[in-house]
Structure formats: structure tokens, C-alpha cells
Design a protein around this ligand. Sequence first.
Ligand code: SF4
Length: 323
Amino acid sequence: MTALLEVAGLEVAFAAGGFTWPGQAARQVKAVNGVSFALNAGETLGLVGESGCGKTTLARAILALTEKSAGEVLFEGERVDRTSLMRLRRNAAMIFQDPFNALNPRMRVGDILAEVLRVHRKVPPDRIAARVEELLVLVGLSGEHARRKPATLSGGQCQRVGIARALAVEPKLIVADECVSALDVSIQAQIINLLIDIRSRMKLAMIFIAHDLAVVRRLCDRVCVMYLGRIVEEGATADVFSAPKHPYTQALIRAIPEIDPAGSLPRNMLPGEPPSPLDLPPGCAFHPRCPQAMDICRSGDAPVLRPAGEQRAACLLYGGVRH
Ligand code: SF4
């Protein structure tokens, strides 16, 4: 079976700026570094990791909203390039982190949705108003909201409009980028329930980007854990949460506040901050923070993903293969 989406060796590099001597090559930061994974139709993949690990850049590169510097993206087996980009655009949509800023403040909600329907020619012109109302009802709003402007809506209502706008293209794939992190905790639960409902009703595939692992555990079939631009662990959600293999994943999972979400984090959290992407340490980039680091972890190339129990992990504890 062909995967809905395949990502192979994807890299995104940015110029680092700063001073360079004449003749010296400009320094680059690899925000995404050799990422590969596949996503099947109807599957939900969680992309987790600390802020700045490259999750959002990866998602934007998959949807060709950010230019990749190497690697390939295939949608339904077809390579995404300039000529096939419109096909991806007709089948994939993104839900953004900031629900207020993602909507044009000068437009009424109904016009925001109608514009998408018109551009993608999803319904005949005389059906647009009815379809706008259907979309609003689908996300738990009503036809009355079509006349409102974003400034008159709550954060949760704005995010529902953002979801309706994504659904207007009748996508096969939705990429949700930290789409609840700007909302109150009680509203977050409502939006997550809405996404679960819509996903099963419409059989959508979803890439769900989050730093909140408790949400990912509830929503996702599979998880990719990212650290400094690379995937360091990948597996079924149940396996990764019950038996995390990479020491970084183990630390993230230990940090989930199990009972009281507002409670303090456990004492055995990871020490320190991730190193600067501009100045990555040799060997495994996680070694300065890893409680299980060995001498071989501190030199050579970064470890590659390889089988570790039911999942795959990029860690020399599970074999000595490097990039
Ligand atoms: Fe820790 Fe070494 Fe594994 Fe990196 S390769 S996660 S430093 S044990």
C-alpha cells in the first residue's frame, strides 16, 4: 500500500547570519536534518520535542511553505515539486498555533471560509453560503458566527474557525501546529475532542505537533520524537509511552505531570538546555544532557535510527550505526 505521505531525508538549512571573512562560506543552521518517515491515510502522527527542535520547520517544509534544502516529500506516491504543488495544496491544510493572528481581522468569518471554497472550487457559487454554515456547525459553531469578525470571538472560537477553514479544502491530511497551546486548559480539551471527532468522521490523516505529551498520548497512533532537527525515536504511541527507548524520550515522558497538570515537574527532569544548533557537539547531540552517555557517544557522527524493541531509536545503546 502506498503511504499517503512519505518524507525522505528532508533537510532545511537557514543562513546563520553573523560575520564571515571574505571567501569564507556563510554558516548554516540545519533546522531539520535528514528526517524520514511515512504516514498512512487516516493515521495520526505526533511530532514532539522541546521548543526549537525543528517541529514547525519540518511541518512547513512538508507543506512546501518553507523551502527544503535536501530530501523529498511524496504525496500519494507522487513527488511534490513546483508542478505537483497544487495537488498537495488541494489535499492538505494546516491549523496554526495562534488562532487570532491566523485569521484576517478585517474579514468576516463567513468570507474567510467562502474565499477558500471559491479558490479551491469546492462547491458551485450558489452553494457557498450553505457550505459555510455546514462547516461552522461541523466545528461546533453556528451560522450566526459567519457574520462575526475574529476580534469578537474567543480564542477557542477562533481556533474552531481555523479548523473549519482547514476542512473547507476537504483535505486528506491536516497538519496541526501546536494548535491548542495558546488556549486555556479547559478550551484545549474541547478542541482536542473536536479534532478526535472530525478525524474519525472524515478519516483524515493528521500530523499533530505538540510539546504536550499527554495530549499526543490521547490523540496519536504513532509518535516521532525530535531533538535538534533529527528524529531520535519513532514508534507506536502505546509502545513509546510504555517503554521509551531513547534517553531523551525517557526524560520527556518522566516529565508528564500524571495527576495534577498544574503540579510541579518531577526532580529527575533533564539537566541543562539543548546545545546551540550553530555549535552542535560531535557524536550524539544529546550527549551533554544524557544520563547514560558513554565515551563513544562523544565523538564521530550522530547515531541513526535503528530497531530498539518495538520502536526505532537513534541511540548507541541499541547499536553502533552512525550517520
Ligand atoms: Fe545517550 Fe549515547 Fe544514546 Fe546519545 S547515543 S542518547 S549520548 S546513550
